[in-house]
Design a protein. Structure first.
Length: 180
């Protein structure tokens, strides 16, 4: 049985891995689809997703409207979201922080905070210059015709409300999400 679990530990949120065993997501930003995988087998494909207004790639800073490439986990689940449901990703990752530190985007202290969060399975700080609150969500009261017309998010991955409800059966904190 899937459970949602976000623990408050030493002032930081941490997540326990309660995801269905072997289930992970592959987000293909070029094909605009999400594959639900179990091991290497695709068990479901959801098409017609929307991504950031400026596409996908290396996310440079908060507010750049880019969906980040990388490997993340679902760090928290927001059932009461303006976007119907929100599966928050553990963005930024240590790898994102290493690149940003070398480019002078974040401080050494920000880097250490992000790296420590990853090491201890915690949600990384969401308020660094790299931004945060990147996730997978539905439309909420949004217009489905706009969703199908163009990429519209600020860096998230969006699905229709029907799709996010359907996808929810496989997701929980700890689920791996690979964005390419």
């Amino acid at each position: 049985m899937l459970r949602t679990c976000i623990l408050l530990c030493c002032g930081f949120f941490s997540f326990a891995a309660y995801a269905q065993e072997g289930i992970w997501l592959l987000v293909d930003t070029k094909a605009h689809k999400i594959e639900v995988k179990q091991g290497e087998q695709t068990i479901e494909t959801l098409t017609g997703i929307a991504i950031g207004r400026k596409g996908a790639g290396l996310k440079g800073h908060r507010g750049d409207d880019i969906t980040p490439y990388g490997n993340y986990r679902i760090g928290w689940v927001g059932e009461k979201s303006n976007f119907r449901k929100f599966f928050g990703l553990t963005y930024p990752s240590k790898q994102d922080a290493e690149i940003a530190l070398k480019r002078g985007v974040i401080s050494q202290a920000d880097y250490y905070s992000i790296a420590a969060a990853e090491q201890f399975n915690q949600i990384p700080p969401q308020d660094t210059p790299l931004g945060g609150q990147i996730g997978i969500h539905g439309l909420g009261a949004g217009d489905e015709s706009v969703h199908h017309a163009f990429d519209w998010t600020h860096g998230c991955i969006a699905l229709t409300n029907t799709q996010i409800d359907h996808l929810s059966q496989w997701l929980d904190t700890g689920t791996v999400v690979k964005i390419k």
